[in-house]
Design a protein around this ligand. Structure first.
Ligand code: PEP
Ligand code: MN
Length: 353
């Protein structure tokens, strides 16, 4: 159920409705919008009597939401959610695209710094890199763990990049939330409901990747788990799904971008690296993702992909990332979006070339 407050409802009136909702054993989510505040009511008890709230002051109307997802839906918030980061001009969901780049895994301090310097110089505002890796084989590199998180924190200090890294379970989530600016929940964990709930109790934005066989509804319901716990800062990420196609690792489903944007106020970015698994397809699919209206990109970049400890085949070289940024900057203009210019001084960039 959804309580739509009047445009001029006071904070006290909003609070009174929330208190009434909670006193009835439900959870109230006050979501301010451009015109008015809406209060989402969630809980897994029997439905609440509509009349209970309709008579309260400041209430415009009480609507029952028939869709299974409620808080992620445009019914509760018509305008796009914009996720910002303290001390950074990077964001997701606004007119600037959120560009995330970096290696699949943090392998060493030197590797991470080399790549971070290049992606910052190209204009990315977010640095990715796994410290905990969900690998198909137990014998494959599993990530550097907390050591990797420390390297990422140093990169934030050095380059001003905001840090995104994956939590694979409850233990790593505590550590990731401590060091990172944004918590990544990977494709394999998209329906790890207890992990989603825990991420929902963290006060850090979450990058939620689509499960490799998840439908649109399952994807949105996974995000709903996070919002239902009170964390409203979720960015969705399309990273390809499994199909019969064997010319790519996964099939990048770009049509989910407008499909999500129609139903949800949450930003959605595209990962063309996992989405194709092939270095030579990352640039064309990045162009397509921006053209289709994605709110950003997440791209794997490595200076020595032949020796990368994970996902070298799909990692692009820093020079290719420069080219990618130049090209998407032009395409972004066509769809009324913007790719931010680099913030690093050219002199500094040259010195470390
Ligand atoms: C990753 O981003 O490195 C990753 C493991 O992605 P996914 O969960 O989409 O496979
Ligand atoms: Mn990877």
């Amino acid at each position: 159920m959804l309580v739509v407050m009047k445009a001029h409802a006071t904070e006290e009136q909003v609070r009174a409705v929330c208190e009434r909702v909670e006193s009835l054993g439900f959870r109230a989510h006050a979501i301010p919008g451009a015109q008015r505040t809406a209060i989402g009511i969630t809980g897994n008890k029997a439905a609440m009597e509509q009349g209970t709230l309709e008579e309260m002051s400041g209430v415009q109307e009480v609507i029952s939401v028939s869709k299974p997802y409620k808080l992620v839906s445009r019914d509760i918030k018509e305008e796009n959610t914009i996720i910002r980061f303290p001390g950074s001009d990077g964001s997701f969901g606004g007119s600037d695209l959120g560009i995330v780049a970096g290696p699949c895994s943090i392998e060493s301090r030197e590797q991470a710094f080399t790549i971070a310097e290049r992606v910052a110089r190209a204009g990315a505002r977010f640095f990715r890199g796994g410290a905990y890796k969900p690998r198909t084989s137990p014998y494959a590199f599993q990530g550097m763990g907390e050591e990797g998180l420390k390297i990422m924190a140093e990169i934030r200090d050095r380059f001003g990049l905001r840090i995104i890294t994956e939590a694979i379970d409850h233990e790593s989530l505590d550590l990731v939330a401590e060091y990172a600016d944004m918590i990544q929940i990977g494709a394999r964990n998209m329906q790890n409901f207890s992990l989603l709930k825990k991420a929902g109790r963290m006060r850090k934005p979450v990058m939620l990747k689509r499960g490799m066989s998840a439908t649109l509804e399952e994807f949105l319901m996974a995000a709903e788990y996070i919002l239902s716990e009170g964390n409203y800062e979720v960015v969705l990420c399309e990273r390809g799904v499994r199909t019969f196609a064997d010319h790519t690792r996964n099939t990048l489903d770009l049509s989910i971008v407008p499909a999500v944007q129609r139903l949800s106020h949450l930003p959605i970015v595209v990962d063309p690296s996992h989405g194709t698994g092939k270095r030579n397809k990352v640039l064309p699919l990045s162009r397509a993702a921006v053209a289709v209206g994605a709110d950003g990109l997440m791209v794997e970049v490595h200076h020595d992909p032949d020796h990368a400890l994970s996902d070298g085949m799909q990692s692009i070289f820093p020079d290719q990332f420069d080219e990618l940024m130049t090209e998407i900057r032009q395409i972004a203009g066509v769809v009324a979006r913007n790719v931010q210019e680099p913030r690093l001084q050219p002199t500094m960039a040259k010195a470390s070339r």
